[in-house]
Write a protein that binds this ligand. Structure first.
Ligand SMILES: O=C(O)C(=O)C[C@H](O)[C@H](O)COP(=O)(O)O
Length: 218
């Protein structure tokens, strides 16, 4: 196995936010990314949940070279390799298994594997990983769970996703063991479908204002 890639926290650009792009076409991915970027977002996660997701990553990289573009929903070594080949600059997975962790380490890109339990955090820790995604955050104990975990896993930093919204963003980002918050709340499917880019920019600007107050922007 290779040495560890750079930590994700070291490469996240802009406010401590990782909005998700789920797009049916590369052009739609670019439209979403432009709307987010206009709202101050510096980093996005394109999820591998649509046929064109890999092409979407390449298109967003090409159209918005200053944006940091990662790939989410990495569920296998093949996903990690394909995402890297498409131009992904970081990887995010909802899960952790030894195979998946080894594949993401071997890819060499900064990444956040998904955890929801102390044992999964301990497994990531065994690989030397101290940055993980906490998913699904709202169903796995939310803020109280992150507080409880902070006393045991003092070096571990989390990217909570799942159930994050404008209403609880500040509470998550106020936790010292949270380095970035992610999710779909800035890119609701209905707004994407209707092409309401201005509304997505406004949501992003509101979240950016909350995040920059709580976590210094990189
Ligand atoms: O697939 C991944 O790698 C992910 O990052 C999963 C997302 O974080 C959640 O799907 C966000 O959930 P909501 O914000 O509650 O809609």
């Amino acid at each position: 196995m290779s040495s560890l890639p750079l930590p994700l926290s070291g490469v996240v650009k802009g406010p401590a936010l990782l909005p998700i792009i789920q797009a049916d076409t590369p052009a739609q991915a670019v439209d979403i990314a432009k709307a987010l970027s206009a709202g101050g977002i510096g980093s996005v996660e394109v999820v591998l949940r649509t046929k064109e997701a890999l092409a979407g990553i390449a298109a967003v990289r090409n159209a918005l070279p200053d944006l940091l573009v990662g790939a989410g929903t990495i569920l296998s070594a093949a996903d990690a390799i394909a995402a890297k080949a498409a131009g992904a600059q970081f990887l995010v997975s909802p899960a952790s298994t030894p195979k998946l962790l080894e594949a993401m380490i071997d890819c060499g890109l900064p990444f956040a594997p998904g955890v929801a339990t102390p044992s999964e955090i301990a497994m990531a820790f065994e690989y030397g990983l101290t940055e993980v995604k906490f998913f699904p955050a709202h169903l796995s104990g939310g803020i109280e769970m992150l507080r409880a975990l902070s006393s045991i896993f003092q070096q571990v930093r989390f990217c909570p996703t799942g159930g994050i919204g404008q209403h609880n963003l500040a509470d998550f980002l106020a936790l010292p063991n949270v380095f970035v918050a992610g999710g779909t709340w800035l890119t609701p499917a209905a707004l994407v479908k209707a092409g309401h880019w201005q509304q997505i920019s406004e949501l992003a600007a509101q979240a950016t204002a909350i995040a920059t107050k709580l976590k210094a922007a990189a």
